[in-house]
Design a protein. Structure first.
Length: 575
């Protein structure tokens, strides 16, 4: 969660059941966020214990169905649970009428559904919207394609629809069809192309995770009666239907044994080697006055901070003490290649929460990028300064988990609310206002390696260096250490994985778990523990297996309910 938080205090191993408010006490965001996390943990665990790793009520929720077009398939409306998390595929509907018998035109009483206007080539479903079992639909649901739109008259031309006699219906209605290529939270889904080979096909699976939403991504969060200040933010469950190529070894139950073409597919999703981090800020003495930072304290920042260390570019480390063979000479061709392919990270002293809505065009010229922002921050702490690194993002960028080059602030025009960045922005990011573009600030800087300084990669983020005894310095005494994998293993870092490090002026230290042991000489030594990433937590569930013919025709393996989906019956006597 890239929110302006003090810290994240929820720990499931403590088994707390609730947060109790006491009279006359200071209220903190962390207490109430922990209460929400406790409740969410209990509900998710209960659902997973009752349902299992994945499952849904009997019906068509997240079923895979053929369409009257090629190269795409339908995602059935309904509910499905993955890791105890409720996923909902739902759409709005609108009442319709037919101007004349046998006509392919339908009249709609509103032009926008699910926040989008009707457009040619969109797939919709004509159905009788009645509450069962009190009423029986007068006609069967039929999928049709919009061929023409007449917004002035509220008419849609569909193909085909004339075969449906909607006059027999009680409440004839129309709704959008969710398909693999048009699903709401997965823009730019991989195209379905023909695959040759015996039993070769695609495994279709759900990827479920939680996305942080601020007023920049959804302005309705703000209360206009208060003048539109930024208050609380939100968390949203994102489900994405994805595909993976492979070969089904079992024709009757293809999901039970599916061999993936990409041998690293499963390890990237579930593998244990996604990196571990240590953090510390040593101090030589305990401050007698909590308002005064001792001169020998390692954390000597002027403010309490929540540092965020986040993986930017995925891959393996640039330098690892677990690697075999001699290290390449600096600036050698081998070293340059290693830097170009290495994983990188970025960090923020404000948990990555310093972001600015982009309100003007993103223009590039002469190797620079100019952007118009809604504001430049409420003060210096939450503002921008020359030399800082920023990231251009929008909805598509986040949902596709991209990691483009970071750009550096070159100049700021405070009167025009414009900034000039060194480097050329990606043409496909930040230019569409409907996708809520924003600029996010990061704090990494090039440093002296001999002093633990960072080495920046070509993308503007810091190169990951793994070592059991080398510490990397962020600022004000805060240090981190990426741990090498076990012998013979390699850490594969994933874009978006992150660690949070609270730093406090009262103790001149960071809050990080430690352990105390005796060394070989019998001395007591306290050192920080290595922690895996705190998120983003992804949950996965298979949905089905399909094949694609040379003509784009899709064949879905298994029965009509798809062999990968697990279902439970909610009818009385059938748990």
């Amino acid at each position: 969660m890239k929110a302006d938080l003090t810290r994240n205090t929820f720990d499931p191993l403590k088994h707390f059941t609730r947060v109790l408010m006491q009279q006359g006490r200071v209220q903190l965001d962390s207490d109430w966020n922990e209460q929400a996390a406790i409740l969410w943990h209990y509900l998710q665990t209960l659902a997973a214990d009752l349902i299992g790793p994945a499952g849904g009520p009997g019906g068509s929720g997240f079923s895979l169905d053929k369409l009257p077009i090629t190269g795409d398939f339908r995602i059935g409306l309904g509910r499905y649970y993955v890791g105890g998390i409720l996923c909902e595929a739902d759409v709005e509907s609108v009442a319709i009428t037919v101007p004349s018998t046998g006509s392919n035109d339908v009249q709609v009483d509103q032009w926008t559904l699910d926040g989008k206007p009707f457009q040619p080539d969109q797939l919709v479903e004509v159905f009788d919207d009645v509450e069962q079992p009190f009423a029986t639909p007068g006609f069967n649901p039929t999928v049709a394609q919009i061929t023409n739109v007449n917004q002035a008259n509220g008419k849609l031309t569909l193909k085909p629809v004339s075969a449906v006699d909607i006059s027999k219906g009680i409440n004839p209605s129309l709704r959008r069809v969710i398909t693999y290529l048009t699903q709401p939270d997965y823009p730019g889904a991989e195209k379905l192309t023909p695959i040759t080979g015996n039993r070769a096909g695609y495994l279709v699976y759900l990827d479920v995770w939680e996305r942080h939403i601020t007023f920049i991504e959804d302005d309705s969060i703000r209360e206009v009666a208060l003048g539109g200040p930024d208050t609380a933010s939100r968390a949203k469950i994102v489900w994405q239907v994805k595909i993976a190529k492979g070969v089904a070894q079992n024709t009757t139950k293809p999901c039970d044994n599916f061999n993936f073409d990409d041998k690293t597919f499963l390890s990237n999703l579930f593998g244990p080697n996604h990196g571990r981090l240590k953090a510390m800020a040593k101090q030589k003495s305990t401050p007698a006055n909590p308002c005064i930072i001792p001169p020998d304290a390692n954390y000597h920042g002027p403010e309490n901070q929540l540092y965020r260390v986040e993986i930017h570019k995925p891959g393996s480390a640039w330098i690892s003490s677990n690697s075999t063979g001699p290290a390449p000479a600096p600036s050698s061709a081998t070293d340059k290649a290693a830097k170009a392919n290495a994983a990188t990270f970025k960090w923020s002293r404000e948990n990555g929460s310093v972001a600015f809505p982009i309100v003007g065009p993103v223009s590039t010229a002469d190797g620079t990028t100019t952007i118009t922002l809604a504001n430049l921050g409420r003060d210096d702490r939450f503002g921008l300064a020359e030399g800082e690194w920023v990231e251009i993002q929008d909805d598509d960028y986040v949902l596709r988990n991209q990691a483009k080059n970071l750009l550096q602030v070159q100049a700021i025009d405070r009167g025009a609310l414009q900034i000039t960045l060194t480097g050329t922005a990606d043409a496909g990011v930040g230019t569409d206002q409907s996708k809520h573009p924003l600029l996010r600030r990061w704090e990494q800087k090039q440093g002296d390696p001999a002093e633990g300084g960072l080495t920046l990669g070509a993308d503007g983020a810091a190169l990951i260096q793994e070592s059991a005894d080398m510490w990397l310095s962020l600022e004000d005494g805060v240090q981190i250490q990426f741990q090498p994998a076990a012998k013979g293993k390699t850490n594969q870092y994933r874009t978006g994985d992150y660690w949070l490090i609270p730093a406090r002026t009262a103790t001149a230290d960071v809050e990080w778990p430690t352990e105390t042991v005796k060394d070989n000489q019998g001395n007591t030594v306290t050192s920080p523990l290595a922690k895996p990433p705190q998120g983003i937590a992804h949950h996965y569930a298979p949905l089905g297996v399909l094949t694609v013919g040379n003509n784009g025709e899709i064949t879905i393996a298994g029965d009509t309910q798809n062999s990968c989906r697990k279902q439970f019956n909610l009818q009385a006597g059938h748990p």
